[in-house]
Design a protein. Structure first.
Ligand SMILES: [Zn+2]
Length: 357
């Protein structure tokens, strides 16, 4: 009896807490400076030199090429495919911006260099004073988060937008991991819900690893459809989050380019018939490349270009704005492969980067 009488009171108080949290989130998004008007003479390519992480050589201890973002742009600019003045520089995500998804407790935990070192998997970072970790690691990441969030606004206006960084798909509201400190994809989607009047988002996650961060953040949320194509034999082995994927496509270690692309074709066909998105977030990790020690797949550089082309065509055929983020890709060769793929997209008229090829 006592349970029966207390349940309605409990549920009404929890729903009022929920609506209060939603109102707070709404206010934070509406007062954010991350969305700003981008002049038409700029391309929807977002990057800042701040993205590139380099300090004391410690970054060399991680298998991640921590300056790949700048190198992608340099390849494109040097070859005349991208005009330097057309690149959009994002704002840094502030604490209030991050609180749209993250908890106070989680953000506070980043004031410990040890915690950050565990998330980014670079143990010596634990020994650095936190102000240096903030400046050299967290500030670059917060700039990249600002880039992913802005990309949705630009994509809605132009049809597509590429954040040359971002794609931190292992981080959820309350926990980071696997080099991912902030949940930029989840943040981007919440901003789009509130600022762009969008109510259906599809995430196509083609990084080699499972995107357990956004999966946890949108578990049970019917506004978000997740297609995740990942290698189940590698990190993060998050079986709970696997249960939240709408369309799970597992590609095991050693999968060849042909097999990979065939699976992708079939997956996109199914996704298109299952869900009608108003925005597409494409997590375009390049750790599926042959030789990548972490991804363990065998997709060729041309295979990456075909993969990206298929996703861009999918967005165009379904008239959905597309946000691309570059996510994982741990080899020195990744930057060139990404740049070559973007050149291919511009040749096929799927993107116009404002250069003069
Ligand atoms: Zn990955």
């Amino acid at each position: 009896m006592s349970t029966q009488s207390s349940t309605p009171a409990l549920s009404s108080s929890s729903s009022s807490i929920q609506s209060e949290a939603e109102a707070l989130r709404r206010n934070r998004v509406l007062s954010s400076k991350l969305y700003f008007d981008v002049p038409r003479n700029k391309a929807p390519i977002i990057y800042s030199p701040v993205y590139d992480i380099a300090f004391f050589g410690i970054e060399k201890l991680h298998p991640f090429d921590s300056s790949k973002w700048g190198r992608i742009c340099k390849f494109l600019i040097d070859n005349g495919h991208l005009n330097k003045n057309c690149i959009v520089e994002p704002e840094e995500a502030t604490k209030d911006d991050l609180l749209v998804v993250h908890s106070e407790v989680y953000l506070k935990s980043l004031k410990s260099s040890l915690n950050v070192s565990v998330i980014i998997e670079v143990p010596p970072v634990a020994l650095l004073p936190n102000f240096l970790v903030q400046k050299n690691v967290l500030y670059p990441f917060r700039k990249q988060v600002g880039g992913t969030i802005l990309a949705a606004k630009l994509a809605k206006e132009r049809g597509w937008a590429i954040n040359v960084g971002g794609g931190f798909h292992h981080c959820c509201a309350t926990k980071g991991g696997g080099f991912c400190v902030y949940a930029d994809i989840s943040l981007c989607i919440h901003y789009a819900f509130i600022r762009l009047n969008i109510s259906r988002v599809m995430i196509i996650d083609l990084d080699a690893h499972q995107g357990n961060g956004h999966e946890k953040d949108f578990s049970g949320d019917s506004r978000v459809y997740i297609l995740d194509m990942y290698n189940p034999d590698i990190y993060p082995f998050d079986y709970e989050a696997r249960g939240y994927i709408n369309q799970k496509v597992e590609v095991r270690s050693g999968t060849s380019t042909n097999d990979y692309l065939m699976k992708l074709d079939a997956a996109l066909k199914v996704a298109g018939s299952m869900f009608d998105p108003e925005l597409l977030i494409y997590n375009a990790g390049t750790d599926i490349l042959d030789g990548d020690p972490l991804g363990k797949l065998k997709v060729s550089p041309d295979g990456i270009a075909s993969r990206d082309e298929k996703v861009f065509r999918f967005a165009r055929e379904n008239s959905v704005p597309l946000v691309m983020v570059t996510s994982g890709g741990y080899m020195k060769s990744s930057a060139k492969v990404i740049a070559d793929s973007l050149v291919n997209l511009s040749k096929k008229c799927l993107v116009d980067m404002g250069g003069s090829p």
